[in-house]
Design a protein. Structure first.
Length: 264
């Protein structure tokens, strides 16, 4: 390579938008020389640096677009503490074939058993594997749709919620919804039907969705679509939070408060 070409190399890499490669060019060329790489090997090393950087940026961006409320991972999930779950089933779900197929995943169980933890962890796996994800609570979702409808922007909102490949709806059923909300939820589920994948966490079993939605007919129509291609994780047992507190002695197992003045 002529001296002129070598000196304009960073500029050319910039124009090609290979900025990670441009910024680390000297280090990478030194490494290629030190390892005595031939030309294709050296080119491979340079491209790998750019690819790795882009992949990292894509994941960062995907995580930020997904709006997870906090970080939870599958590695951080204590399966030993949760005997009602089959670790193999969860690991299979982490491969995200259900997301690729546009299936629904229902995660149900009482409060504190790790439903949201698994929802975030599986959502992060989906982002890592290149799927677009959006996390929202059922309440925030319905409030947003109601507001959009009042402002005459419902279509626009439904289109936005139809976009992500995986929509995670957390805490469905904690609070009963207004009858009108059921119709909005139905509109959303219909819009996403056989396009996007949904993950819904709930403390209610599907037989109680009619009560949550205040409308048995609409609940049946929603479930008909959601359950058409679906997987269910049912978690049983005690709240993990309370169990941790019990273990640390903050709560007694049959937690009656100690009488005032009692010595420990
Ligand atoms: P839920 O959504 O079912 O009410 P969460 O997922 O919010 O429960 O769990 C409550 C807290 O306990 C979270 O901080 C979560 O990370 C933690 N947790 C629950 N189950 C487990 C588990 N099996 N291993 C590790 N942490 C857990
Ligand atoms: Mg939760």
């Amino acid at each position: 390579m002529s001296g002129a070409a070598a000196s304009s190399l960073p500029e050319m890499l910039g124009r090609l938008k290979l900025t990670a490669l441009r910024d680390r060019l000297d280090v990478l060329l030194d490494e290629a020389a030190r390892r005595e790489l031939n030309l294709p090997e050296a080119l491979g090393l340079l491209c790998a640096a750019e690819v790795a950087h882009r992949e990292e940026r894509r994941i960062q961006m995907g995580m930020s677009i997904a709006k997870f409320p906090y970080v939870r991972t599958l590695e951080g999930f204590d399966f030993a503490a949760q005997s009602s779950l089959d670790p193999k089933q969860v690991r299979d779900l982490a491969a995200c074939r259900w997301v690729a197929n546009g299936d629904t995943l229902l995660v149900q169980g009482p409060p504190g058993v790790g439903k949201s933890h698994l929802a975030v962890a599986l959502g992060r796996e989906a982002v890592q594997q290149g799927y677009s994800v959006l996390f929202t609570s059922a309440m925030a979702l319905i409030t947003d749709l109601m507001k959009a409808q009042a402002e005459g922007r419902l279509e626009e909102k439904l289109t936005r919620y139809a976009k992500p490949k995986l929509l995670i709806i957390d805490e469905f059923g904690y609070l009963p919804l207004e009858p009108h909300a059921a119709h909005l939820f139905f509109a959303l589920v219909s819009r996403r039907y056989e396009r996007g994948s949904n993950l819904v966490t709930s403390n209610r079993s599907v037989s109680e969705w009619g009560i949550v939605l205040n409308d048995q007919v609409v609940a049946t129509a929603i479930l008909d679509r959601l359950l058409h291609h679906s997987h269910v994780l049912t978690i049983r047992g005690d709240s993990y939070r309370l169990r941790e507190k019990r273990r640390s002695g903050l709560l007694k197992s049959n937690a009656a408060p100690a009488p005032a003045g009692a010595s420990a």
